[in-house]
Design a protein around this ligand. Structure first.
Ligand code: CAO
Length: 554
């Protein structure tokens, strides 16, 4: 076993390029020539292959790092002979190749007049596809201005003009496969031809800005490095790799400057490639409110009152002059109403709610509650139906753990604690204090805590800690009335139980109708996590416990 350092090979004139993608992770087994990272300059992006095979023991670069030749990218453990020298991926184009006569002559000679711009030395790349034509006939181009973008399966690069002037003819079209020496365009030089324009060979000169004037035509020859990739791997028609948006370096740079998340932009180019126009269209859509970035949606901006529903693609909220129809009075919404309103709106829009309704027979439980309160009159603690409901829900949550879960990306978080929130109606609006560790508390303690928390809520004295951490919520309208309703889930919880006023009803016991105290239950659940059958079972089980609390012991 030997440890081998894999370094950035000669990448030509590139001084410092940013790591934009890590293609392997510690523990991965890599083959020789397998790409390890992708780097990007303002003119080109390329993958850096491994010069040896082995298991990645350490990754020594991270996203955003600037790297150059000689920087160690990764340490591999290798049970074979030591890897080839890092120079192996030897960017052949790093050393200025001699330009073919035919290429150099016209540009070098031309101080003015038509100049045919040729494909410079782009290393070992053969038949690279033109994926973008960046200018059109009649355009005035500056020296070093990119004319076309070409792409292989390992890199994309822009080919700049080695002459300033007006584009007279474009001799390539999208999809054409081009090679060194192929004509790209004819430019009517305005006297600004680079003296050494003949040196399209200066390949590694990806950055025009750092280019010496003697090699102005230097293409974005980042290609030179990936050229180390085996020729067999070259397949310009290959679809773009998943993970990195398919866009040319200049489009990536443009998107970065505007702060546009490129992975959210739909590409209209060949094979879904994102063009500069796509980035502009995305920006326009976001700015006009017709669309929204994922980040903004996650912040709850979608369809807010402020955007009038535009983000959801809805017609605007009706604007009515109510005073035309009768006397009115305007009042500011309370702070709590605004906060809870924004939360409720997000939850209603983002969670696929379903509500199951059921009834529980609480005749015996209510009798027990009343007698308990009589016995404990002097204690000052009133046992409430809600306290029993909290305990019954804890038992059901234990039996059906997905109701006590939360979605986190592609994962479900199953909480092993039972913190139960309860909706409290206050003069300022809805508040949800939380009974922590309800599974570890008795009915008396829960009743007492609920009384204290409900009072604090009404007095506006709840601390943030007393309102956070719930894993399930109960909303009881039992003290008020009603039959059933649709409670809104309190994200990131996945279910909420609504309870209305119990009523005495005739219930068929198999022989006769008997008067029973029935409690209406409304369970809303997140259909991404919970199925209808599980919800029905949850309600049935809850009803059985409320009917006979001894079942909790089973
Ligand atoms: N069926 C019949 N009677 C019920 C009952 C039910 N399901 N639930 C409570 N009651 C009775 C109580 O026994 C009490 O009767 P007594 O005064 O005779 O003892 C009376 O109704 C009032 O109870 P309460 O509502 O004050 O007490 P509680 O423990 O049931 O609830 C609290 C406390 C804080 C949840 C409640 O005061 C409250 O704010 N409820 C509103 C919740 C809400 O707004 N939900 C909607 C959220 S979505 O907008």
């Amino acid at each position: 076993m030997a440890l081998v350092d894999i370094q950035v090979p000669d990448i030509g004139d590139f001084d410092e390029v940013a790591v934009i993608e890590l293609l392997v992770k510690v523990g991965d087994t890599v083959k020789a020539e397998q790409s390890l990272i992708t780097v990007e300059s303002d003119k080109a992006s390329m993958e850096i292959p491994s010069s040896g095979a082995g298991v990645v023991k350490e990754l020594l670069v991270k996203l955003g790092d600037k790297v150059k030749q000689g920087v160690v990218i990764a340490r591999l453990e290798n049970d074979a002979a030591p890897a080839e020298k890092p120079a192996a991926p030897a960017a052949p184009a790093a050393a200025p190749a001699k330009a073919p006569e035919s290429q150099s002559a016209p540009a070098a000679a031309a101080e003015s007049g038509p100049v045919t711009v040729l494909v410079p030395d782009i290393g070992d790349f053969k038949d690279v596809a033109v994926i973008e034509v960046l200018v059109k006939v009649g355009d005035t181009v500056k020296l070093e201005q990119s004319l076309v973008t070409v792409e292989s399966d390992k890199a994309s690069m822009e080919i700049p003009s080695n002459v300033a002037g007006v584009v007279k003819e474009i001799t390539v079209k999208l999809g054409d496969k081009i090679n060194i020496g192929d004509p790209i365009a004819v430019v009517q030089a305005s006297g600004g031809t680079a003296p050494a324009a003949a040196a399209p060979s200066a390949p590694a000169a990806a950055s025009a800005k750092t280019e010496s004037p003697s090699a102005p035509s230097a293409p974005a020859s980042v290609a030179s490095t990936p050229a180390a990739a085996p020729a067999a791997a070259h397949d310009p028609s290959a679809p773009p790799r998943a993970g990195l948006p398919h866009a040319s370096p200049s489009v990536r740079k443009f998107a970065r400057e505007l702060g546009v998340p490129l992975d959210e932009v739909k590409g209209s180019g060949g094979k879904g490639r994102i063009t500069a126009e796509d980035v502009q269209a995305f920006t326009r859509a976001v700015m006009s409110g017709a669309s929204q970035t994922r980040a903004a949606t996650a912040k709850g901006g979608a369809g807010s009152a402020a955007d009038g529903g535009a983000a959801l693609g809805l017609i605007p909220w009706p604007k009515v002059d109510f005073s035309k129809f009768g006397p009115i009075e305007r009042k500011d919404m309370s702070r709590i109403k605004k906060i809870s309103g924004a939360n409720l709106h997000r939850n209603w829009v983002m969670i696929p709610h379903v509500t199951n309704h059921d009834d529980a027979d609480i005749t015996d439980l209510e009798a027990f509650r009343v007698s308990t309160n009589k016995e404990n009159e002097k204690s000052g603690v009133k046992v409430t139906m809600l306290a029993f409901l909290i305990k019954a829900c804890v038992a059901a949550l234990r039996k059906f753990p997905e109701f006590n879960a939360s979605i986190d990306g592609d994962q479900l978080v199953y909480k092993q604690y039972y913190h139960i929130g309860f909706a409290a109606d206050t003069p300022n609006g809805l508040m949800v204090p939380v009974i922590k560790d309800a599974d570890k508390k008795g009915i008396m303690q829960i009743s007492q805590e609920m009384g204290e928390l409900a009072k604090k809520a009404r007095d506006g004295k709840l601390s943030p800690g007393e309102m956070s951490g719930a894993s399930f919520t109960i909303s009881s309208l039992g003290g008020i009335g009603g039959r059933y309703f649709t409670p809104i889930i309190n994200a990131p919880e996945v279910a909420i139980l609504g309870v209305c006023r119990s009523t005495m009803e005739p219930v068929w016991d198999g022989k006769a109708f008997a008067p029973r105290l029935m409690l209406p239950l409304s369970l809303s659940w997140d259909h991404r996590v919970i199925d209808g059958a599980a919800a029905a079972r949850f309600n049935v089980y809850l009803g059985q416990i409320l009917g006979d609390f001894r079942r909790v012991l089973l």
